[in-house]
Design a binder for this molecule. Structure first.
Ligand SMILES: Cc1cc2nc3c(=O)[nH]c(=O)nc-3n(C[C@H](O)[C@H](O)[C@H](O)COP(=O)(O)OP(=O)(O)OC[C@H]3O[C@@H](n4cnc5c(N)ncnc54)[C@H](O)[C@@H]3O)c2cc1C
Length: 450
């Protein structure tokens, strides 16, 4: 049997590896339009600031593929799939490539919001960039150097936008982040934590503009700034758009596979066409797309099993989890972070917000099951949270871990449970009065067992 995989990043590579570990005999060919073997995109911002080299990013060198008998074909863009005779076509070549099973691991590309001039001006000579590949990072680095760029604008205050802004700032560029939503990391944080993060980011010298719609890229030949809705102009000599992703689905669409935002798959990661599978950033499952490595890894195991026709394993979706990778800034967000947007009741929230120490920890539970968390400024609870997701947890154990206490009034026995009140006992004003007996704050003591 011959398996052909299109795409050689995390989804394609791990699918190949998983197929090989289950079956020694199938022939596996991987085609990618990139010129490098599998490299991680995670550290691309650091390639711009020369903290890492291309070699540091490459996860598996060509020897790795040879040892596993995976035939890697670099610099090969596939421009057609023909499901009728089970072939694919390489751009510029006449002979079609036959497959028995085809896996689409086509990934995604940066989303470009509807901003005047954004599509027209995106070019390495103009100073308007997105960051997805090694080549993008090298072009950004060269532009900054050759044009002696001093002011950077990042459109998009999500994870990648902030990581990129941090690198630009570290490179001594005067940096502004422009975010459409009224807070940073709108998908990962609630309003309170978003505000704390903004303070932290601004304390590093990065300007943050929220609730701002970029209407136009301004410039003549090269960029000179952006215009916001309302007419405000922000000047910049390099502009980076990091505003989410768009699953790559054109090849599939042209071959009449079902697509919406991404390539539609069922729970076995089969597409609408027999013997064609899809995995990674390019898929859409139950109206959801992911765009994170843990989802690619999980899916690559399932698709390997489906391709080989082994015992079929259901894909149940991947819990969203993200970590902001900025030195000195601990931030992890996992699962459900805002129950008000979810269906049904019985949600419980444990929260510790310590504004002075810039620490915010919020744990979301439903019927004692751990459903999500935001951990900012303190990650002691991270491994606990990761290991207990979707499991029953002991709330007292969690409170201990987060150092959340219950205080009790010596006069009347009224309790102040920090985990429920949202304000730490130490942060209550000095003239706080017991809600029961109106006694002074000093009457409260930590409960014995805590
Ligand atoms: C700067 C940056 C930082 C990131 N940091 C994190 C992080 O910290 N944590 C995290 O979980 N995720 C992170 N991500 C996201 C993560 O990199 C993606 O989820 C992951 O790369 C998706 O892998 P994939 O294999 O599905 O697709 P991709 O990585 O997009 O790879 C798809 C491959 O298919 C090739 N291809 C597409 N079409 C064709 C064609 N027609 N012919 C031949 N080849 C084709 C592409 O060239 C590409 O090499 C980051 C992404 C970026 C850009």
């Amino acid at each position: 049997m011959k398996v052909v995989i299109i795409g050689n990043n995390v989804a394609g590579t791990f699918t190949a590896q998983n197929i090989r570990s289950l079956n020694n005999d199938v022939k596996i060919d991987i085609y990618t339009q990139e010129k490098y073997p599998y490299y991680t995109r995670v550290n691309l911002p650091e390639l711009i600031s020369e903290k890492v080299t291309i070699d540091d990013l490459i996860v598996f060198k060509e020897d790795w593929y040879k040892n596993k008998r995976l035939n890697l074909h670099l610099n090969k863009k596939i421009n057609k799939i023909n499901p009728n005779n089970k072939t694919i076509q390489i751009e510029g070549k006449d002979d079609p490539i036959a497959y028995d099973k085809l896996v689409l691991a086509l990934g995604s590309t940066p989303n470009i919001p509807p901003i005047k001039n954004a599509v027209e001006m995106k070019d390495k000579r103009t100073g308007l960039f997105t960051l997805r590949s090694i080549d993008d990072a090298l072009e950004i680095k060269d532009f900054i150097k050759s044009k002696n760029a001093k002011k950077a604008i990042i459109i998009g205050g999500g994870l990648l936008g902030l990581e990129l802004a941090n690198q630009m700032n570290n490179n001594n560029l005067n940096t502004t982040v422009v975010e459409f939503f009224p807070r940073l990391l709108p998908r990962q944080l609630d309003i309170e934590c978003g505000g704390m993060l903004r303070n932290e980011i601004e304390s590093r010298g990065i300007k943050v503009v929220l609730d701002a719609t970029t209407e136009e890229i301004i410039g003549n030949g090269t960029v000179s700034g952006i215009m916001l809705k309302g007419g405000e102009i922000i000047k910049g000599d390099i502009i980076l758009i990091q505003a989410g992703i768009r699953p790559t689905n054109e090849l599939a669409k042209d071959a009449n596979l079902d697509t919406k935002r991404g390539i539609i798959v069922n729970k076995f990661l089969e597409t609408s066409e027999k013997d064609i599978f899809a995995v990674g950033d390019c898929i859409e499952y139950k109206n959801q797309i992911w765009g994170i490595i843990p989802a690619c890894m999980e899916q690559s195991k399932i698709v390997a099993s489906s391709v080989l026709g082994l015992k079929k394993v259901d894909y149940k979706g991947t819990t969203p989890k993200s970590t902001l990778k900025i030195v000195g800034l601990e931030l992890t967000s996992i699962g459900i972070i805002d129950p008000s947007k979810e269906e049904g009741g019985a949600w419980e929230i444990l929260k510790k917000a310590d504004k002075k120490d810039c620490c915010y920890q919020k744990i979301i539970l439903k019927e004692s099951k751990l459903k999500g968390a935001i951990l900012f400024g303190e990650n002691k609870a991270m491994s606990y949270v990761y290991s207990k997701m979707e499991q029953d947890v002991d709330i007292d154990e969690l409170k201990k871990l987060l150092e959340l206490y219950t205080y009790i009034c010596n006069n009347c026995g009224k309790e102040y449970d920090e985990s429920k009140m949202g304000v730490l006992f130490k942060d209550l004003p000095g003239d706080f009065k017991c809600p029961g007996c109106k006694g002074p704050k000093e009457e409260f003591k930590k409960k014995n067992n805590e």
